[in-house]
Write a protein that binds this ligand. Structure first.
Ligand code: CDT
Length: 316
């Protein structure tokens, strides 16, 4: 049976602060329809795809912050995404701000879900690498207050087996934005045999603490996803919220990367756009069974030695 999954990287252009959930969801529905016309089994939306990237502002009132969060998923405004997924027989990945009461206290996470062709949530991930800062830093041209508004995710990086194409199952994992820069993100999923990593991002071109990196932001975006894919023999689908959002330029450069590390599809604008690739999950095998056969070639004993400082030469 075919293990080809046709995937749409459903990039979004900017979302204004004044845009309603209804307006944003209408844009997402239109991208799903477009993807279906090209035969997609699955579409991947960006991080925090239902609102503007609100951590760029310092808000004092909790009420104002909470207006960017979803209290249920699906909720009244997001239900149409699930209904359309079922009607079209197409899965989706969606990033959003999640507010939950867990263990008797209110918690806030930067979250993504994976929804199958029947419109059911089959996996949830909460962002682990939260970039930026926790206190207001007025010297910055804009804030990056993820450390203030979200808790670190508590679900690790789950990998689920799911049939997202016609029949045969694949192994899917999720990550969110800054996670993509860290090798352990891919490796934790690689150790679970992941065959496709889905991830959304909001990446400002300008990095206030290190403006010397600005000119390299697209290069770094590709570098981390291409190496994560190759070193773990997995597909990686990385999708941006792009363009000039509320005066802040964000990179686009949404890409679909094969287990070879090659980019096989890419968005070319900074607006709403779908880049599509037919992804053969069996392509993972030649990497997982040879160069990156973890069981044969990894040396976990030696990694442990370094961590535990047994006989290892460490920098002073
Ligand atoms: N949203 C998010 O995680 N953005 C960060 C910006 C960090 S500045 C380099 C990212 O890693 O893209």
């Amino acid at each position: 049976m075919s293990r080809i999954v046709t995937v749409g990287a459903a990039q979004l252009g900017p979302i204004a602060q004044t845009e309603t959930r209804h307006q944003v969801v209408t844009r997402l529905l239109s991208l799903m329809q477009r993807a279906k016309r090209h035969g997609c089994d699955l579409v991947v939306f960006p991080e925090l795809a239902l609102t503007t990237f609100f951590p760029r502002w310092y808000f004092e009132k909790q009420e104002e912050i909470d207006s960017f969060f979803e209290r249920s998923m699906p909720g009244r405004e997001t239900q149409p995404l699930f209904d359309l997924a079922r009607a079209l027989g197409m899965g989706f990945y969606l990033g959003y701000a999640e507010l939950v009461v867990e263990g008797g206290r209110t918690r806030r996470f930067n979250t993504s879900i994976l929804v199958n062709k029947s419109g059911e949530i089959i996996s949830k991930y909460r962002k682990i690498h939260l970039p930026g800062h926790a206190e207001h830093e007025p010297w910055r041209r804009f804030q990056h207050l993820e450390k203030r508004y979200f808790e670190v995710g508590n679900l690790s990086w789950p990998v689920v087996r799911a049939p997202l194409n016609e029949g045969s199952a694949g192994l899917y994992g999720m990550a969110i934005c800054n996670d993509r820069r860290w090798p352990e993100t891919y490796r934790v999923m690689g150790l679970q045999g992941v065959e496709m990593v889905l991830l959304g991002y909001n990446t400002p071109v300008h990095n206030p603490p290190a403006p010397e990196h600005d000119a390299l932001s697209n290069f770094h975006n590709e570098l981390v996803m291409q190496s994560g894919a190759y070193q773990n023999g997995t597909w990686v689908v990385g999708v941006a919220k792009a363009g000039c959002e509320e005066g802040v330029d964000q990179i686009g450069n949404s890409i679909i990367v094969a287990p070879s590390g090659e980019i096989v599809a890419a968005c070319s604008t900074l607006g709403d756009e779908v880049a599509i690739a037919r992804c053969d999950l069996d392509l993972c095998n030649s990497y997982k069974n040879t160069t990156f056969n973890f069981a044969r070639h990894r040396e976990p004993e030696h990694y442990r030695m370094i961590v535990e400082r047994k006989g290892a030469v460490l920098p002073k």
